[in-house]
Design a protein around this ligand. Structure first.
Ligand SMILES: NC(=O)CC[C@H](NC[C@@]1(O)OC[C@@H](O)[C@@H](O)[C@@H]1O)C(=O)O
Length: 261
């Protein structure tokens, strides 16, 4: 195992929360959920002008938390690459930020069942010459450290200069000031930036094999089971559909998350 892996295991063993009858989910503070998230991934998770976290993932998770009996939910903004290690070592009870479920990530954390499936999008300026994935060669593409976009670009955009950023705001500023030719992020966030800064979407790559899930520390079966049931119930009673239509109006809805009769 890598040094990082050993460090995570060691720290997790010190910090792993014992479950007890007044703390069935092994939370840091019983009855209170501390959630690592992002402040700049609108409309998934972001802070509004009064500094409150909101967006699809935030409102969906709060609904799920209510269903498992927890109404005190605090979100804290982190760089994306810091979220999973911090959840793994017990600094947070959960990570919620359109985090795709992958086998590599499941070495560090466990995930709830998936709740969102969509696209990875190349966002660019109309004057950049980037029209599709083929014209990314020899261009400068911004990626957020630790994202699926980073690993996808490393694997598939071999002739592209990758530039890593800690968060979306830093990358979109570089795109707007010409330091980057394009950036690679999630579809709904790209669509929001495109509208705000007159940018264009040059490619949409399906990421349905890595639906977003709630990241939690390993070895919390009761917490995972409770989250999974609450997520399924929120889909079955139409809550998921209502929030999806509120935050992603006009976007196609993955059929597997709609009520089944
Ligand atoms: N908030 C972020 O920057 C996360 C970026 C990226 N999200 C990918 C994803 O989970 O976004 C929501 C859905 O579209 C999923 O299908 C997709 O894999 C990731 O997990 O690496």
């Amino acid at each position: 195992a890598s040094l990082f892996g050993i460090a995570v295991m060691l720290s997790a063993s010190f910090i792993a929360r014992a479950t007890s009858d007044n703390n069935p989910y092994g939370l840091i503070d019983p009855g209170h959920l501390r959630v690592a998230s992002l402040g700049d991934a609108k409309p998934y998770t972001f802070t509004d002008k009064s500094g409150n976290f909101t967006g699809f993932d935030v409102e969906f998770f709060k609904n799920v938390a209510h269903r498992i009996g927890i109404d005190k939910v605090d979100f804290v903004g982190q760089d994306f690459s810091a979220i999973l290690p911090a959840v793994a070592n017990g600094q947070y009870d959960a990570g919620v930020a359109a985090i795709g479920i992958t086998p590599a990530r499941e070495r560090t954390v466990d995930f709830s069942t998936g709740y969102l499936a969509g696209y990875l999008t190349v966002l660019t300026r109309s004057d950049s010459g980037v029209k599709n994935v083929e014209t990314l060669a020899h261009k400068r593409l911004g990626v957020i450290q630790g994202t699926l976009q980073e690993s996808y670009a490393l694997q598939h955009f071999k002739q592209t200069d990758l530039v890593r950023f800690p968060d979306n705001n830093a990358a979109v500023s570089a795109l707007n000031n010409g330091t980057l030719d394009a950036m690679f992020l999630d579809y709904e966030a790209a669509k929001d930036y495109a509208a705000r800064f007159k940018l264009v979407m040059a490619a949409n790559i399906p990421s349905f094999d890595a639906p977003a899930g709630v990241a939690i520390a390993k070895n919390k079966p009761a917490f995972k089971a409770a989250l999974d049931k609450a997520i399924k119930d929120a889909m079955q009673d139409g809550t998921w559909k209502k929030l999806y239509e509120k935050w992603f109006p006009g976007s196609p809805m993955p059929e597997q998350y709609l009520p089944h009769h």
